[in-house]
Design a protein around this ligand. Structure first.
Ligand code: AP5
Length: 218
């Protein structure tokens, strides 16, 4: 399957992408994770990206589009993937269309996680991430067995810099101004399926599976 996950910050896109990739053996292409890795590796473009991310703004289209194009050119990845957090602007969607055409890749579905603002706020303020393996927890919804320690690898948990209240507000504003219009964009392409991002992890996964079955993808 070749999927796009679309939705506001904190909708649970990354969490579902992890579960789906395990279940269906797909590549998880998350622009947020890729950008954080570039910053960690001290690659020059990372410094530029960081200044936008810390303010809760979008990184320029050309930077993220180049990262994605590189990934999609890899045949192993392009066979089956989830794009998580990309595209996020109309321009990114148009660049992606062009890249997919050139590489003869056909998208199956765009899954839109419709999520209430109070859910987003609770999810993002409570999120904690493992410093070592990157796994996501939530202080209330998905707590680790031992406080501040990752169940999977024993790494230390931390709060993302952009998960502070003021930056979250900015990210939601940016989503409403620049990303929300992609719902219509993909609806017109007849690729969009809507799910409730307010559901818990397991019921949401079941909804996605239902969609795959009725689209004849599984
Ligand atoms: P990115 O890392 O993509 O952040 P985001 O889109 O804001 O998404 P999040 O990771 O915050 O949320 P999510 O929907 O994945 O939720 P999650 O599953 O983690 O991007 C960060 C920054 O990078 C951007 O602000 C921008 O600057 C830059 N960037 C990235 N892509 C870009 C692009 N294309 N163009 C330009 N710039 C770009 O869940 C959140 C929390 O809720 C977790 O604690 C989780 O445990 C919990 N949770 C998840 N699902 C559930 C559930 N169903 N029930 C209960 N709890 C749940």
């Amino acid at each position: 399957m070749r999927l796009i996950l679309l939705g506001p910050p904190g909708a649970g896109k990354g969490t579902q992408a992890d579960v789906l990739c395990q279940r269906y053996k797909m590549a998880h292409i998350s622009t947020g994770d890729l950008l954080r890795q570039v910053i960690k590796d001290k690659i020059p473009v990372g410094q530029k990206a960081k200044s936008f991310m810390d303010r809760g703004e979008l990184v320029p289209d050309e930077i993220v589009a180049a990262i994605i194009e590189e990934k999609l050119k890899d045949k192993d990845t392009s066979a089956s993937f989830i794009l998580d957090g990309y595209p996020r602007t109309r321009r990114q969607a148009e660049i992606l269309d062009k890249t997919l055409r050139q590489l003869e890749i056909v998208l199956d579905l765009v899954l839109y996680f419709e999520t209430a603002e109070n859910t987003i706020l609770k999810r993002l303020t409570g999120r904690r991430v493992c410093r070592k393996c990157g796994f996501n927890y939530h202080l209330v919804n998905i707590p680790p067995k031992k406080e501040n320690i990752c169940d999977r690898c024993g790494g230390e948990l931390f709060q993302r810099d952009d998960d502070r209240q003021e930056t979250i507000k900015k990210r939601i504003e940016v989503y409403n101004q620049q990303t929300k219009e992609l719902i219509d964009y993909y609806d017109k392409e007849k690729l969009l399926k809507k799910v409730s991002g307010d559901l818990d992890v397991e019921p949401l996964f079941k909804e996605l599976e239902k969609i795959f079955r009725s689209a004849g993808l599984t």
